[in-house]
Structure formats: structure tokens, C-alpha cells
Design a protein. Structure first.
Length: 272
């Protein structure tokens, strides 16, 4: 990330924050709850452990950890999502400390947590090395870092590639889906870890139809909402056509519904 000055990174992050605040990501998050539950099992959380969920969104992974009797903190840089997470936790009568915070600048002392988790969250930090460094810093020696990251060749990875043809990301910004590759993870965590285990999993999205998938994401998925806002009408129609073709290519329903597998990398790291 040496290509960017601090003020440029700040501007990139501000645009990202606005994108994730658009729409209503909490509705999309309800569809991927299973990923968080599986991640907590993969990390093998123990009751009483101190757990941090980075880029918690509306709280899926923080809530999954709290259900396992952990002492949980969740951070996200979108205030509206933090408020939704608080509401969800209160509904289940779970004690979780939610705070607005930045994955690249965690306001916690060194070695504060037994486990640090992130589900499709920290991977979107523009300064990947800094985000990985912060995870390592706040995790104790012998503690675990658990991640769920979309892979470059997954359905979701293809969505990002398709959208970027219409609205290119800032130059030299590393693709978030690099976090879905073991090689990049080893670069990011380096010699600070004693082990890194990855499992390629497939989550299945289920919608009434391909058109339902498109309208749902155009309405609720913040980055897509912002993309359409910035495109001309003709460009938006072309993007919709390309996205529907993508859904058709991945759809395995065999009927009018949309059953779409999305591969991701489940990661468990042990800090040295």
C-alpha cells in the first residue's frame, strides 16, 4: 500500500464506509448466518474466552461467539450496523460490547483477546497489511484468528470483477478476494503465526429467482447500491444484464428459483 499517502487511504476508506452504510446490509447478513456458526466451530471457541469480531456488521459472528458463552466485543465502522447488532443481541439477551471501530486501527491493548474473528469483513480493509497486523497485535500468543473470506474464483468474487468493469476500484488497490488465497494469507501473517489451516467451503444463496437476487442486492447491498447510483441508466442496464448472466451460470436449481453456491475460504491461524 506504499502507493497511497495517508490522506488518500483515508478518502478510500471514507468512500467504502459510505458504500457499506448504503442499503441495508443487515438483511443480507441474515442469509449468511451459517458461515459465522461454522467459523466459531472451526476455531473451537471455549466458554469464557475473550473474543473480538472485526467488521462485525449486524453482529452475526459476535452473536455466534456469545452463544458459546464467550466474552465478546464487536467492532464495525458503520454506526447503523452497530446499532442493528446491539438490537439483535438484546433480543437474544446476549451481553456483547459493540463499538464503532476501524479494522486498521483497533483501540485495544496488545494481546487483549484469546480469539479474533472476521466473517467477510476485514478482507475489505484497503490497507491489507495493516489490518492483518492489527489482528495479530490484539491476539494473545497462542490465540487464534478465524476468518471467512470470499475466494477470487467464487460467485461473489465474480460479482466484484463484473462490477469493477463498470466502476473500476482505485488503481493499485489490492483485491479483497486475495484474502481468500492461502499464499496471500501467508504473506500477510508471515512469521508471526505458528500454524495456518484453510478449508474451502461452499455457502449456498437461495432466492425466489435470478431477478429476485438482483433486486434484493440492488436494494440492500450497499456497494451495489452505490455502484448503480454512479452509473448511467444504460450502464446500469448493462450491469444488470451481466449480473443476471452470472447468476444463470452459477444457478444449480434446475427450476425458476436461484440456488447459487458461493465458495469461501475458512481460515484458522494460531499466533506464535
Amino acid at each position: 500500500m506504499s502507493e497511497y499517502q495517508p490522506q488518500e487511504l483515508s478518502a478510500i476508506k471514507e468512500r467504502q464506509q459510505q458504500a457499506w452504510a448504503a442499503g441495508d446490509f443487515a438483511l443480507l447478513a441474515t442469509k449468511i448466518v451459517l458461515v459465522s456458526e461454522q467459523l466459531c466451530e472451526a476455531v473451537d471457541l471455549r466458554p469464557g474466552q475473550k473474543v473480538l469480531d472485526i467488521a462485525t456488521g449486524s453482529g452475526n459472528t459476535a452473536i455466534a461467539a456469545a452463544r458459546r458463552e464467550c466474552v465478546v466485543t464487536g467492532v464495525d465502522y458503520v454506526e447503523a450496523l452497530i446499532e442493528r447488532a446491539k438490537l439483535r443481541a438484546a433480543t437474544e439477551r446476549l451481553q456483547i460490547a459493540f463499538h464503532q471501530g476501524d479494522a486498521e486501527d483497533l483501540r485495544f491493548p496488545d494481546a487483549s483477546f484469546d480469539a479474533v474473528l472476521s466473517t467477510f469483513g476485514a478482507m475489505f480493509a484497503p490497507h491489507q497489511e495493516k489490518a492483518a497486523g492489527e489482528m495479530l497485535r490484539v491476539c494473545r500468543s497462542g490465540g487464534k484468528i478465524g476468518l471467512a473470506n470470499w475466494t477470487p474464483d467464487s460467485f461473489v468474487g465474480e460479482i466484484f470483477k463484473t462490477a469493477s468493469r463498470y466502476l473500476p476500484p482505485p488503481p493499485n488497490l489490492k483485491p479483497p478476494t486475495l484474502w481468500g488465497t492461502e499464499d496471500r494469507l501467508r504473506e500477510l501473517f508471515g512469521k508471526a503465526i505458528s500454524s495456518l489451516q484453510t478449508v474451502r467451503r461452499s455457502f449456498v444463496f437461495r432466492f425466489l429467482s435470478a431477478q429476485h437476487w438482483l433486486e434484493f442486492h440492488r436494494t440492500h447491498f450497499g456497494p451495489m447500491v452505490k455502484t448503480y447510483e454512479l452509473l448511467s441508466r444504460a450502464e446500469g442496464e448493462n450491469l444488470s444484464r451481466d449480473l443476471l448472466a452470472l447468476v444463470s451460470r452459477y444457478n444449480r436449481s434446475g427450476d425458476k428459483t436461484a440456488i447459487i453456491p458461493g465458495d469461501y475460504l475458512e481460515v484458522v491461524v494460531v499466533k506464535r
